[in-house]
Structure formats: structure tokens, C-alpha cells
Design a protein around this ligand. Structure first.
Ligand code: T4K
Length: 372
């Protein structure tokens, strides 16, 4: 008999009873969307929790990315990483912007700041790095390049909820940062996202853009979109926020346990943090090196046979999908490190409800599959 399936992630859900009072309040107010009381409250609570000044909620992270580019009027070419979820580059195409892929750093797996400069052309207007797996980019080095060439920086911080460096939230860097609150994320509102804004004026513009460009009942100042978060999603976010520290703590235990159980398996390399002082343990990527008897895809298949559904985030590279393959920067020889990592990476299951026995089961399959 096969054992119970373990997926790469499982959303943390509080007791259903805890959510009922929130729904009752929405039923009472009859305000379902368009910036209602739950929406306002979640914006305020998130600012406090994340340690940021201004936030604008969205219906998902992808629309937040698309709108962030609109808000800063980014055009031409944008430098970005091929080692991410497709939404990062798709947001550029949706704005008619050409993505220019630059290779990643082999340690942080984030955009390599040393390689950005040579990819800049007269059409370059911005850089869109990703804090991959919630590990911070080299934000200082990226900002130096941006300042030298007068470029905007929009961080895809979809994975970086609650991550801090020595100075505070990692979301304070760049011109804007976007978050995803998708069901698979550390903090979820079923679907959802947000833009971290540096000032009230920028927030106002973004709030207008996510509401069709409306300023008041009769004034539309931009071809905005509908990117608003509903009251039910916002209410769920308020409830989630009460449990978030406990959830991240449990993820930390999972991370620690994996590292302890995997440490003597030759050829399975755990990805280290990138200097964050507060991590969120959103993913648990390992690199399947040549010293391990099986290649990554063989191990992925063995785990699957045992009902363990690890994922190859991020394989294929974004640059390998058909709509990007034609870009000169998508050529394999331009992205050797990203290519190498994407062929070795395997994200093991990590979520708050995972018990030690399940982690032992995952590692047992890794050992047995390798004949160890
Ligand atoms: N930028 C970056 C860097 C991102 O990673 C993402 C999203 C975005 C931008 C865009 O943000 P959003 O527009 O999504 O807010 C998932 C997510 O759909 C996606 O949000 C996420 N990144 C990406 C890395 O992963 P899939 O196709 O792998 O998801 P799926 O449906 O296969 O789910 C994985 C596993 O999670 C399932 O096997 C079971 C479990 N699961 C999933 C869902 C949806 C649940 O237990 N419950 C659920 O409701 O893309």
C-alpha cells in the first residue's frame, strides 16, 4: 500500500470556526470589494507586521508586477533573471517590454550584479531582480548599478514575505517590491498580492491603477486594470496574520530537520541563506550534484513513485519557454549558471504541518534511491 501523498507545499489553514466572525462582518457590511474595511485593516496590519510604510493590496502577485511596471512607466528593455517563475518575465511582455536575461550568482541563485552592466543598452530602463526562495539579492550592488545608469529597480519579492536583513525588511529596497499571497506562499490570502510603495503619492497612483484608473466617480486618469483584492481575501489575510509567526517557526524546524538528516548524503547540497537575519523558509531547494548516484530527474521520479511530490522550481528556465527563446539574451551560453542550477535543483516539501516522520520518510527515499 502506498503511503499518503506529500506535496511540495500545503497551505496553512486556521480552524474554519475562526474565520466565521470575519464572514459575518462582511455579510453585515455588504461591502464585498473596492477598498472596504477588511482591505483597509489588512493594509495597516501588513505595514506594521512587515515594517514598511505603504502597501497596496492586489488580487494576485502577477497583476501587482504588471501594475508596478505601469506605475513607474517602465518601457524599452528590462534586465531580469531567467531563474524564476514565468510570471516575472510575463509581466514585462504584458507591458510590451523586452526582457533581457542575465545570469545568476551560483551561491544566492539570484541575479548576478556583476553581469548586469554588460547587458545595459540605451533602451534599458529598469532592473527586475527576484529574491529567489526568499533569499535576498545583493541589493547594495544592484542599487549601485541602477544609480550609475539611472535605472529603476522593481523587486519581485513574491517569495520574500517577512524576510529581514540587519537593517529591517528586505522589501524596503528598490523603487517598488511586489509580494504574492498565493495559496502556495508562506502568507496566503487564497489568491493575493501587494506592492510595497515608498511614499503616499506612489501608493495613490497604484491604488488608482488597480481600480481602472479612477480618481473619483467621473475622473479616469490612466488605462488602469482591475487588480483589487476582495474583502473575503483580505479578511482571510487578517486571520492568517495572527498565525504567521507560528507558521514560520514550524517551517524553520522543517528546514533544520532536513539539514540535519541530509548532511551526510554525498551529492545532495542544501542551498544556504543569503545573509538574511530573519528567513521565511518558503522553499527547501537542494542541488543534486554529480556525486549523488542518480541525476535530478531520476530522483524526482523515485520520490514521485513513493508519493512524494517534490518540484523542479525553476526548470525549465524562463528563457527556454517559446515566447522568450527568440531573445538574444536567452541563449544558453549567456546563462551557464542558471542552466546548470535549473538542471540540478529539486524543491523538497516544506510547510508548517510536516512532521518529523514525514521528513524522515522523504530523506529515506533519497537515501534508498541512491543505494545509500
Ligand atoms: N513571481 C514569482 C517569483 C513567483 O514565484 C510567483 C508565483 C509570482 C511572481 C506570481 O505570483 P501569483 O500571481 O501566483 O500570486 C505555484 C503558484 O501557482 C505560483 O503562485 C508560484 N509563484 C509558483 C512558484 O508555484 P504551481 O503551478 O507550481 O502550483 P501547483 O498548483 O502545482 O501547486 C503546487 C502544490 O501545492 C500542489 O501540488 C499542491 C499544493 N497546493 C496548491 C494549491 C494551489 C495546495 O495544497 N493547495 C492549493 O490551493 O505554481
Amino acid at each position: 500500500m502506498s503511503e499518503k501523498p506529500v506535496f511540495v507545499t500545503q497551505p496553512h489553514l486556521p480552524e474554519l470556526d475562526e474565520f466565521i466572525p470575519y464572514l459575518r462582518s462582511i455579510w453585515g457590511s455588504k461591502t464585498l470589494t473596492n477598498g472596504g474595511p477588511m482591505h483597509k485593516q489588512l493594509e495597516a496590519s501588513l505595514c506594521e507586521y512587515l515594517g514598511v510604510e505603504h502597501i497596496s493590496l492586489f488580487s494576485n502577485g502577477t497583476l501587482a508586477l504588471v501594475t508596478a511596471l505601469q506605475a513607474l512607466r517602465v518601457t524599452g528593455e528590462v534586465i531580469t533573471t531567467p531563474y524564476s517563475f514565468v510570471a516575472t518575465a510575463h509581466s514585462l511582455l504584458w507591458n510590451g517590454i523586452k526582457p533581457v536575461f542575465v545570469d545568476i550568482d551560483p551561491v544566492t541563485l539570484n541575479l548576478d550584479p556583476a553581469k548586469i552592466e554588460s547587458a545595459i543598452t540605451p533602451q534599458t530602463t529598469a532592473i527586475m531582480p527576484v529574491h529567489c526562495y526568499g533569499h535576498p539579492c545583493d541589493v547594495e550592488a544592484i542599487q549601485r548599478v541602477a544609480d550609475n545608469y539611472n535605472l529603476r529597480v522593481i523587486y519581485d519579492a513574491a517569495h520574500a514575505f517577512g524576510v529581514k536583513d540587519a537593517g529591517g525588511s528586505i522589501l524596503r529596497y528598490g523603487d517598488l517590491s511586489i509580494l504574492s499571497f498565493h495559496a502556495t506562499k508562506v502568507f496566503n490570502t487564497f489568491e493575493g498580492g501587494a506592492i510595497i510603495c515608498p511614499d503616499e503619492k506612489t501608493k495613490k497612483r497604484i491604488d488608482q491603477l488597480k481600480n481602472f484608473g479612477f480618481v473619483d466617480e467621473v475622473t479616469v486618469v490612466a488605462p488602469g486594470i482591475n487588480g483589487k483584492m476582495s474583502e473575503v481575501n483580505a479578511a482571510f489575510g487578517l486571520l492568517q496574520l495572527q498565525h504567521i509567526d507560528a507558521a514560520i517557526n514550524k517551517r524553520r524546524m522543517v528546514d533544520q530537520t532536513y539539514r540535519e538528516l541530509l548532511k551526510d548524503i554525498v551529492g545532495i547540497r542544501c542551498v544556504d541563506d543569503a545573509g538574511e537575519v530573519r528567513a521565511n523558509y518558503s522553499y527547501f531547494p537542494v542541488l543534486v550534484e554529480s556525486a549523488y548516484p542518480l541525476c535530478r530527474d531520476e530522483l524526482y521520479a523515485k520520490l514521485k513513485e513513493s508519493n512524494i511530490f517534490a518540484r523542479r522550481y525553476f526548470y525549465p528556465l524562463i528563457s527556454e519557454f517559446p515566447m522568450y527563446r527568440g531573445c538574444a539574451s536567452a541563449r544558453t551560453e549567456n546563462l551557464p549558471m542558471a542552466r546548470k542550477v535549473s538542471e540540478k535543483v529539486l524543491c523538497l516539501p516544506i510547510y508548517p504541518a510536516l512532521e518529523r516522520e514525514e521528513l524522515e520518510r522523504v530523506v529515506r527515499v533519497i537515501r534508498q534511491a541512491g543505494g545509500l
